[in-house]
Design a binder for this molecule. Structure first.
Ligand SMILES: [Zn+2]
Length: 128
């Protein structure tokens, strides 16, 4: 088995494992929301429940977004375009991919993108 093939296998397994885990988390959020319905609460409880629900909703949205990104990464893997930088078209470093499975940019392009907001230009330093 070639190194590239092995890497692909590893990444596919990790992507699938993370997707399964996030799907389980989403199911947990839904179960939690249902459990909150139909209970009688005092006013204090209602306030804290409302707060909890807002927090849970934010978490749920983040989990959904992450799940979408991982599914897209898996689609790119299936389509054979995974691991190619969308900024410059070069192959993304395998170590970076393993650390961040849904990376779409190589380190250089990622740095450029992070620097681009106008507010940061004034303090921008030349790379050492
Ligand atoms: Zn790039």
């Amino acid at each position: 088995m070639s190194r590239a093939h092995r890497l692909r296998q590893t990444i596919r397994q990790r992507l699938e494992a993370q997707i399964r885990q996030l799907e389980a988390e989403l199911a947990h959020f839904d179960a939690w929301s249902i459990a909150q319905l139909g209970f009688g609460h005092s006013l204090v409880d209602d306030a804290s429940v409302a707060f909890d629900q807002a927090t849970q909703l934010t978490l749920r949205q983040k989990t959904e977004q992450r799940l979408r990104q991982l599914r897209q990464a898996l689609e790119r893997l299936e389509a054979g375009v995974y691991g190619v930088c969308e900024g410059c078209g070069t192959a993304i470093n395998p170590e970076r991919l393993l650390a961040r499975l849904d990376a779409r940019l190589c380190v250089s392009c990622q740095r450029l993108q992070e620097r681009s907001p106008l507010g940061r230009l004034a303090t921008m330093q030349a790379p050492a």
